[in-house]
Design a protein around this ligand. Sequence first.
Ligand SMILES: C[S@@+](CC[C@H](N)C(=O)[O-])C[C@H]1O[C@@H](n2cnc3c(N)ncnc32)[C@H](O)[C@@H]1O
Length: 289
Amino acid sequence: MITSVGHGPRTQGKHALLDSIVGREAGMMANPKARAHRLSFMVPFYTMLDLTAGDGLPTNSSEETSPMILCRHRERVHHAGVGCKVFLCERDKATFARLERQSGLAAHFVFGDARKTVTSLDSFAKPRTPIFIHADPNHVRDWPLSPSLLESLRRREWDQAEKRPTDRWYWTMLITMGFNVSGMKRLPVEARRPWEERIKELTDHLPYRHDALLVTLVNDPAQWAYLIVGPKCWGQAYRDDAQRAFCYWENGIEIISFREEETAFWQRVRELVYTKEELKEELTDHAQL
Ligand SMILES: C[S@@+](CC[C@H](N)C(=O)[O-])C[C@H]1O[C@@H](n2cnc3c(N)ncnc32)[C@H](O)[C@@H]1O
């Protein structure tokens, strides 16, 4: 069993998962048949947004970084003659300088807190285009999805032909969360509760044909968890991606669908956010009411 609370093995899995999810989307965009038959309702221009990019340089934990993965897939789409842009957001000055000057990546660099720099999709992508959003906050106070961005994700327009609302953008998302990295569960409950609130904010903004899959590594002391958000019909593909990405995790992974198992989903979120004692106390309080 792997018990270290370090980042190493999780980082590889996180990057493998990111690579699979973006690889599928980029593969479809790059394939003329898929574009003609499966994506004919979209405008063919693929946008990728990394809200917490880091410096884009490889480390001992992983030869890859999320900016490298996104830019590699951008190349593939670009070579197929389809428009594609990658936006890399980073708020730390020194980290941003390394990202911009040393990474050598073909991307658009956005300096500042993503909650202020990415407040709507309007500035980054045209309507009816596919968009992938990556968020990898180290702590809940770093959560980069602003309420106005979530609002813009939910915006709909009426589809005359099909007589139903259609999503304005065809977006998918991967969020990485560490609930007990460096023993963060020792922090006061007030510092942890916002995780639950942020996840609720996100699920409140899901378009009707999207699901959020909560992926957790079983018996992981650092309690890493991943939220994959995308069309319900890709659920099995996402499950396969996650199983492959974390196949080295000997205890296995657990995947819970927000749409299909909402009670279990929130139960798992609460187990990640709160300590066993806090959950027990809450149960006792409820019983006494
Ligand atoms: C976990 S690291 C990123 C690792 C990178 N995603 C990867 O996989 O290679 C998180 C980075 O996001 C930046 N960051 C955290 N919160 C941010 C925010 N709200 N807006 C922009 N950048 C943020 C931090 O400065 C840090 O460099």
